[in-house]
Ligand binder design. Structure first.
Ligand SMILES: *Cc1c(COP(=O)(O)O)cnc(C)c1O
Length: 402
């Protein structure tokens, strides 16, 4: 399996190359050159697999046995999930009215990032051990990513991790999760300022290519392809547990609501959908609503500042994985994606071309059918979270490809 940059200029790489790179050298993100299409037989075979079983199948497809033989891969994935509290790793909980909740929080730090980071860290250690190399992971965090990244690499022989956290701005639990790990390869620093200010020195470090090379630095945020890959399993697992039956033709659709920050989990869903999984994706955002505006109006432009909310892991100004989604929905058109993203980088504002916008919002909640679905969704969420206080100011939006 080869990976190409969404901007089409950087040379293609294999899984190992994508794993160790953050951005491609042309500023794009790595995506599989071709997406395997899953036929009905494969889907039906996969439908009875456990969550780790699905991760193994997906990784076999996207890593390739020439890089990690299947036996090794199975060991790595089993080791990755060995410290999860739930025996299923991920559990689907059934509420009333056909609403289900995918419990992605049974990892050590309770963040859903545990799932993809544990696997990613295992892949990194596998290649580092084989090549006798060492890397230092540098992470800036408002909580979830830092705790989960530390948990995934603590004690690893060929990796060190440096975490910067904004003083007084993480929850107490997360601060303790980060500052109480006593392994020698874990280095945690508290810094003054908010998470935007914290991003600046980290960006500056990664912009210094020679420095990064010399010290073997890498990031572990969700621009990393390996994290997106593992997250695809969430969507397959949810689909197989929710779909009434796989005997009908076409297969029944399942709607997946994705709380979204950097759009990593959303990009994973879009890829799963392109591979033939009949899911409909609904994006949930908080007041940091750039994706909502993109879906509704094609308005992919930066807001003035990050608005702090209770869901701090979703307080993102730039959902960088949207680039992967734009590339997918434009039919892997890297030329078009490059023009769009470069314009966004220059002006921090982008109006999506009509055709791309229509693909992003293919099931608008402005139609009668859509309004029904929106009401059902809101009612479902009330069952889950209790009656809403405050007000919902706008109807939800969808994002998806056909
Ligand atoms: C990281 C995180 C998100 C955002 O996920 P993305 O895949 O980056 O959109 C949402 N909720 C929680 C709790 C998170 O930890």
């Amino acid at each position: 399996m080869w990976y190409v940059s969404t901007r089409g200029i950087a040379p293609r790489v294999n899984f190992e190359g994508a794993l160790f790179s953050g951005y491609a050298s042309d500023g794009g993100l790595f995506m599989p050159e071709e997406l395997p299409q899953l036929d009905k037989e494969t889907l039906s075979q996969w439908s009875t697999l456990s969550y780790p079983g699905l991760v193994k199948e997906l990784c076999t497809l996207f890593v390739g046995p020439e890089l990690i033989p299947r036996d090794d891969l199975d060991d790595l994935i089993d080791r990755a999930f060995s410290r999860f509290r739930h025996k299923e790793v991920v559990h689907l909980s059934r509420l009333r009215n056909g609403l289900n909740v995918l419990e992605l929080w049974h990892g050590v730090t309770y963040a859903f990032k545990d799932l993809s980071l544990c696997c990613t860290a295992q892949f990194l250690q596998y290649f580092l051990g084989k090549r006798e190399k060492h890397v230092t992971v540098v992470v800036g965090t408002s909580g979830d990513t830092g705790s989960a990244a530390i948990e995934s690499v603590q004690g690893a022989k060929n990796m060190d991790i440096i975490v910067l956290l904004p003083k007084g701005r993480c929850t107490k639990i997360q601060e303790l999760q980060m500052t109480t790990v006593l392994k020698e390869n874990v280095h945690v620093f508290e810094v003054e300022g908010n998470s935007d200010e914290l991003d600046e020195p980290i960006k500056a470090v990664f912009a210094d290519v020679a420095f990064v090379k010399k010290h073997h630095l890498m990031s572990l945020n969700s621009i990393n392809w390996s994290r997106v890959l593992v997250q695809m399993a969430h969507h397959f697992f949810a689909y197989f547990r929710c779909a009434p039956s796989l005997d009908s033709h076409p297969l029944p659709p399942v709607e997946v609501v994705v709380p979204t920050g950097a759009a990593g989990n959303l990009a994973a869903g879009c890829i799963a959908q392109k591979m033939g999984l009949p899911i409909r994706l609904v994006v949930a955002v908080n007041r940091n609503d750039i994706i909502h505006r993109t879906v509704r109006r094609g308005d992919f432009s930066l807001s003035e500042a990050v608005k702090p909310t209770l869901a701090s892991a979703m307080d993102m100004q730039v959902p960088y994985n949207m680039e992967r989604i734009f590339w997918l929905l434009s039919g892997s058109d890297s030329q078009a994606t490059r023009v769009l993203m470069e314009q966004f980088e220059r002006t921090q504002s982008l109006k999506l071309p009509k055709e791309l916008h229509s693909k992003v919002s293919y099931y608008p909640y402005t139609t009668e059918k859509g309004k029904g679905a929106a009401t059902q969704l809101t009612q479902g969420l009330e069952v889950c979270c209790g009656p809403r206080r405050g007000s919902v100011t706008d109807t939800p939006g969808t994002a998806s490809g056909r």
